[in-house]
Design a protein around this ligand. Structure first.
Ligand code: FE2
Length: 378
């Protein structure tokens, strides 16, 4: 049991857990240059070299570098030739998340349950059983071209996944910045599709809709969006799903859908125990964050009350604060990490609060609108 389980509100136990999920296994991004992307995630974000599969292991069509930090594993995959499914994905979407892999005890049962409840198949159960023991994987589609791969590693003793070897880089291992685990992953879907995908996670995977934000909760003078959060039974997997809402100008979700050319993962929120130390380290390594106006900090403590952290440090770094019935949270958002304004990271530190920073939505979305205005996409 992790600390996370001890603080879960009762609502998580109401999920129908017909598909037990142990947690996120890995997240795979299709990227145009996996070797350089791995360097970026090490040097800028503090990930560590972990695993490799490619030409040197006998693959002819793709190369993957795997980096790790805390419980988070990112797989960075590029094609080695033209006209591949991976290359087409990159051509359509830019660099982006293809696979959100879920760790299960029985990947065959998870697949059959999901398919039986209407999921679209991505990969029938594949069993590999060599000297490293048995691994079973299967997969289903979710929104857009994004997929969930179920990973059963109960009887597997090898490194990461079959076909991968250890990736060791004795001369270049920048330290961790303190990422612990994935707190939540957000998907952006088209207008009218939020409830479709909430229904998918409820019916196909036994998730529960734990929070709902309408366009009045998430709006500024100009733009709006709607969001619902679904969680699995043990609360380790939380997927907020956003859809655009009518506003005077085009929302960040519209901008994402245009540039990603479809539905997909908008951000990965990673947990830290020390957001000030983590964000200082990230800034010193060149990671750029959304700018929050000083006026936010003049009134924030009136809204959230006492916090343990030094407010001047939070203001200097642009960290946002919110409180709910169970405690408070600290959060900050990077700028998009690639040329298309699509994927970004959130850094979050929870101090009791299990919510998502509703009190910060307005300040956050105004910050995004300023960025959109610079890009000419507002
Ligand atoms: Fe988030």
């Amino acid at each position: 049991m992790s600390n996370l389980d001890l603080t879960l509100p009762k609502i998580y136990s109401e999920a129908q857990d017909f598909m037990p999920l142990n947690g996120t296994d890995y997240v795979e991004l299709y990227v145009s240059n996996s070797k350089q992307a791995a360097h970026f995630y090490k040097s800028a974000f503090g990930f560590q070299s972990f695993a490799y599969a490619g030409l040197a292991t006998g693959l002819k069509d793709r190369e993957s570098y795997v980096v790790v930090q805390g419980a988070i594993k990112l797989v960075l995959t590029s094609p080695l030739k033209s006209k591949t499914a991976i290359g087409k994905h990159i051509d359509n979407h830019g660099d982006g998340v293809k696979v959100v892999a879920l760790w299960v005890n029985d990947a065959t049962a998870a697949y059959e349950t999901a398919i039986g409840k209407g999921a679209r198949s991505y990969m029938k159960p594949i069993i590999t059983d060599y000297q490293d023991g048995k691994m079973v994987r299967s997969g289903i589609y979710t929104y857009g071209e994004t997929v969930h791969v179920f990973v059963e590693r109960t009887e597997y003793t090898g490194h990461f996944l079959p076909g991968f070897v250890k990736w060791e880089t004795p001369d270049f291992n920048p330290p961790s910045v303190g990422f612990k685990y994935i707190d939540h992953m957000v998907g952006n879907v088209k207008l009218g599709q939020m409830n479709t995908w909430v229904g998918f996670y409820e019916e196909v995977m036994g998730f529960t809709n734990i929070l709902t934000f309408d366009d009045k909760d998430i709006s500024t003078e100009y733009t709006a969006l709607m969001s619902k959060v679904v969680s699995n039974g043990n609360g380790r997997i939380k997927f907020p799903i956003n859809e655009p809402a009518q506003g005077l100008k085009r929302s960040q979700v519209d901008e994402y859908l245009d540039f990603y050319e479809g539905e997909g993962v908008q951000h990965l929120a990673v947990a830290t125990d020390d957001i000030v130390g983590t964000v200082r380290a990230l800034r010193s390594r060149g990671v750029e964050f959304l700018q929050i106006p000083n006026s936010y900090y003049q009134t924030v403590l009136d809204r959230v009350g006492h916090i343990d952290e030094d407010i001047d440090s939070l203001q200097e770094l642009g960290v946002l604060i919110d409180r709910d019935d169970e405690g408070y949270l600290l959060q900050i958002f990077t700028k998009p990490i690639e040329p298309r304004p699509t994927l970004f990271f959130e850094i979050i530190q929870r101090k009791g609060a299990q919510s998502f920073g509703k009190g910060n939505f307005k300040a956050l979305f105004e910050a995004i609108e300023r960025e959109q205005a610079v890009r000419g996409t507002l």
